[in-house]
Design a protein around this ligand. Sequence first.
Ligand code: ATP
Length: 187
Amino acid sequence: MKKIGLFGGTFDPPHIGHIQLVKTVLESLELDEVWLIPTYTPPHKEGARADSQHRLNMLRLLIDGEDQLSISTIEYKREGKSYTLDTVKELKKLYPKNQFYFIIGGDMIDYLPKWHRIDELKQLIQFVGVQRKGYNNPNDQDVLIVEMPPIEVSSTDIRENIKLGRVPVGLPDSVREYIKENHLYED
Ligand code: ATP
């Protein structure tokens, strides 16, 4: 039996906060692997700024050389938007021997009640919330908390800096170059 973490995100763009977060969970829960799952059409956001293929290419660059990290394009293969419940059900069916964990950033814990059929989802998979050290933990008994030192980077800040013509921080060189070559987030 393998212990696998699942980590969904828009990754618009992916950044070092994402890598740090999954590595922290890998180590503290002694997982075998983490599968990153980019959303095709994000259900909680207006829509991604960079198209799905660009976001996937950047994610590949971000995890390059990381043996325990891989990407699942399961949500790209479905038409339209994906609910986490459907993704988790499908993965559990495909890999019945694996033990799955669903990793979320600490700021998402408060939003869990809004997720599609969250009670059913919580029965299917253990949630792991990565909480910034020193901050109060939101109170959700079903979420296993892993602590991580804060990393001041977000996709929103990166996009804003690029728009303002600044060099964005929090990206590996490969991703920064990809964004530049493809003129992403410039307007
Ligand atoms: P945006 O700024 O566009 O909302 P984001 O940087 O939060 O994007 P997402 O792809 O939406 O990136 O995030 C996926 C997950 O990563 C979320 O659960 C989010 O909480 C978490 N996350 C993102 N950045 C960090 C960070 N610096 N520290 C801890 N968790 C983070």
